[in-house]
Ligand binder design. Structure first.
Ligand SMILES: NC(=O)c1ccc[n+]([C@@H]2O[C@H](COP(=O)([O-])OP(=O)(O)OC[C@H]3O[C@@H](n4cnc5c(N)ncnc54)[C@H](O)[C@@H]3O)[C@@H](O)[C@H]2O)c1
Length: 447
């Protein structure tokens, strides 16, 4: 039965190319596409971690005409209910609640999982999903540590699953055009790439030990991470700024821009990485830097930097987020939106291509829903037609690793020498310890 359904998904998709499967919604009501697509030809999806980004993704996935949200999982029952209500308003069908996503994965009809949990859960959940035979759309960063990223690369190949990382700008058409222009030599030979992110985040204060709220399964929230007592300033979102669960602004927002820089330059691994900065703006529990500059040198003769300012929102080049390439004939800017601008070597603008739709890069949940849909459709095409992914895990891991190496340099307080063959840290024993993380006993990632 199950194989029949999967075969049917494939055949139907191939046979109805003219329907332009996966048109970009909103604009096309869910109820109207339900008349076109039968239940059998939709990809059954379970979404995991649906407070903010996961809620936005659940909505965007449910707007795709070839998608059925079958399960919604969250360890916060309020977040799950809100998401189920939201999806059912869009599609007219209520997904089932699966408070423990591992239960949902036992369902043979479930094709894919969308993972938007906190970072410490990303790689372990993706591995469990692939082992259970599911394809995965995995939010960035793909992993909490470099070792986890390498395990995912092996797992996607071992279990032969489609694993797309959520650095959605890879699917934004004018961003891709900007990268093409760069590669065709519009600024000559690029030799420096600068990425950045700025915001004005408030203090997270000093947390107090507190009773676990009755709406939260704290044990499953922690999952693979060694157990900690509950404090009142971890959940939701603030976990980003604790090394135990989060990865700081560098992986939260740096991953996006460093990925564009690496894509544009066509490089894999660096030879040297260093990081400077700290938690300067407030005195509170926040552990990761709020001010950070990561520098990466490549043997190809190219340097990249990423600047993060979490607590001072003064923009760069008029944008809160961006990637700028400097070359011997000019510069090329990809700012927060779906576009790019070319400058001559004197700094004069010579060409600018920009979507009319305004994008708010500081919107934490859904900066650009219609553009996200392009990345989701590429994921679905990967499943149904074998189309190559715009952000497969080999590429996603390499970009994530660059910023992870920045954080490791930051934590040990010195520059790291890197093997350009595989991205591994050379010589430094203390830094190499941070290549992997500790797990709660019984939660280790095994292929
Ligand atoms: N691609 C993008 O543009 C983009 C934008 C925003 C966030 N993100 C990523 O999405 C992820 C989530 O970010 P957020 O801001 O929504 O965080 P959040 O803390 O607001 O939400 C995380 C949710 O995951 C739930 N959760 C934790 N453990 C779970 C488990 N075992 N099973 C099910 N649910 C679980 C939490 O209860 C919470 O509801 C982060 O990794 C972030 O980097 C990506």
């Amino acid at each position: 039965m199950e194989n029949d359904r999967r075969e049917f998904i494939k055949k139907t998709v191939l046979g109805t190319a003219a329907l332009s499967f996966g048109g970009i919604l909103p604009g096309f009501s869910a109820h109207s596409y339900r008349n076109i697509s039968g239940a059998n030809e939709r990809i059954n999806v379970g979404t995991v971690g649906v407070n903010s980004r996961g809620l936005a993704l659940s909505n965007t996935f449910s707007m795709q005409k070839n998608c059925n949200i079958m399960y919604v999982s969250d360890v916060d029952i309020r977040a799950a209910e809100k998401c189920i209500d939201s999806v059912s308003k869009i599609t007219g069908t209520r997904p089932k609640a699966a408070p423990d996503f591992r239960k949902a994965m036992e369902d043979k009809d479930l094709d894919a999982m969308v993972i938007a949990t906190p970072d410490h859960w990303h790689a372990p959940a993706a591995l469990l999903a692939m082992k259970a035979g599911k394809h995965v759309y995995l939010e960035k960063p793909c992993s909490h540590s470099p070792e986890e990223g390498e395990i995912l690369v092996q797992a996607a190949s071992k279990y032969n699953k489609v694993l797309q990382m959520g650095n959605q700008r890879r699917s934004w058409p004018n961003v891709a055009k900007g990268i093409e222009a760069l590669k065709s030599g519009v600024i000559g030979k690029p030799y420096f790439g600068k990425g950045w992110y700025t915001n004005k985040r408030p203090s997270i204060g000093v947390g107090k030990l507190a009773a676990v709220p009755d709406w939260l399964n704290w044990d499953l929230w922690q999952g693979p991470a060694p157990r900690m007592p509950f404090k009142d300033n971890y959940v939701h979102y603030n976990w980003h700024w604790f090394w135990h669960w989060g990865t700081g602004e560098a992986l939260n927002n740096g991953t996006h821009m460093v990925d564009l820089l690496r894509w544009g330059m066509g490089v894999d691994y660096p030879i040297r990485v260093s990081s400077n900065g700290g938690r300067f703006h407030y005195t509170d529990d926040w552990e990761t830097p709020d001010t950070q500059v990561i520098s990466m040198d490549f043997k190809e003769g190219f340097t990249m930097t990423w600047e993060g300012r979490s607590c001072n929102a003064r923009s760069i080049e008029g944008s809160s987020v961006g990637a700028m390439f400097y070359g011997d004939k000019g510069s090329l800017l990809i700012a927060g939106g779906n576009g790019y601008t070319v400058f001559d070597v004197a700094g004069k603008e010579i060409e600018s291509i920009e979507d009319k739709e305004k994008i708010d890069p500081r919107n934490a949940a859904s900066p650009a829903q219609q553009l996200d849909a392009l990345h989701i459709q590429n994921f679905f095409d990967g499943i149904t037609k074998g189309t190559s992914l715009r952000s497969n895990i080999d590429s996603g891991h390499k970009s994530t690793l660059l910023v992870q190496l920045g954080n490791i340099s930051q934590r040990v307080g010195r520059s790291l020498e890197i093997d350009p063959q595989n991205g591994h840290i050379l010589k430094d024993k203390e830094a190499r310890k941070l290549w992997s993380r500790e797990y709660e006993k019984g939660w280790e990632m095994t292929l």
